[in-house]
Design a protein around this ligand. Structure first.
Ligand code: RP5
Length: 174
C-alpha cells in the first residue's frame, strides 16, 4: 500500500526539476514517502497559499522548497505554514550566478526562518529533512546513522589509499 507523503518537495518551475531531482532520489533511497510538484510564488500565488496552509493537515512534516531568481517561494511558504521549510536556492539560467536566489532565500526577516542549504544542494535539503523526520522516527534515524557510517568508511578508505599509494600516485589508474 502506498504511504501518505510526509515530505513535500515543491519548486517554482519545472525548469528547477533537474536540480531538485536529487532530493527526490535521496528520499526514495531512504524510503521516506514524499510528493513532488510545481508551486510558483509569483505565477500561482493562490495555489502556493493553499499548498502551504493545507500542508500540515495533509500530514506533511517538512517542506523542501526550491526556486531560482527572485526566489520567494520558500520564504512565502514558511510565512504561511508552521512546518519547517528547507529552502534550496536554484541557479536558474537567467540568474546572476545564483546569488539572487541564495540571498533571497537566506535573508529572511526575524520570526520566519527558512533553513537554507547551499546553491543547488537539494540532496542536502533531503538529508536535513530526513534528520528532522529521524528525530522522532527511529527507522529513518537509523538509516541516517548508517548513511553517515558509509560516508565515514568511504573517506577513511580514500585516506588509506593516499597513505598506501602516496599522494602523487593517487590519481593513477589501478
Ligand atoms: C523561478 O524562476 C523558478 O524557480 C525558476 O528557477 C526560475 C525560472 O523559471 P522558468 O522561467 O524556467 O519557468 O521562479
Amino acid at each position: 500500500m502506498k504511504k501518505d507523503p510526509i515530505v513535500g518537495i515543491i519548486m517554482g518551475s519545472d525548469s528547477d526539476l533537474p536540480v531538485m531531482k536529487a532530493a527526490a532520489d535521496l528520499l526514495k533511497d531512504f524510503d521516506i514517502p514524499f510528493e513532488l510538484t510545481v508551486v510558483s510564488a509569483h505565477r500561482t500565488p493562490e495555489r502556493m497559499i493553499r499548498y502551504a496552509s493545507e500542508a500540515r493537515a495533509r500530514g506533511l512534516k517538512v517542506i523542501i522548497a526550491g526556486a531560482g531568481g527572485a526566489a520567494h517561494l520558500p520564504g512565502m511558504v514558511a510565512s504561511v505554514t508552521s512546518l519547517p521549510v528547507i529552502g534550496v536556492p536554484v541557479k536558474s539560467s537567467n540568474s546572476i550566478d545564483g546569488w539572487d536566489s541564495v540571498l533571497s532565500i537566506l535573508q529572511m526577516p526575524n520570526g520566519i526562518p527558512v533553513a537554507t542549504v547551499a546553491l543547488n544542494a537539494s540532496k542536502n535539503a533531503a538529508i536535513l529533512a530526513a534528520s528532522m523526520i529521524g528525530s522522532f522516527d527511529e527507522v529513518v534515524g537509523n538509516k541516517l546513522i548508517a548513511f553517515k557510517k558509509e560516508m565515514e568508511a568511504e573517506v577513511i578508505g580514500k585516506a588509506d589509499k593516499i597513505k598506501a599509494q602516496g599522494w602523487q600516485n593517487f590519481f593513477d589508474k589501478e
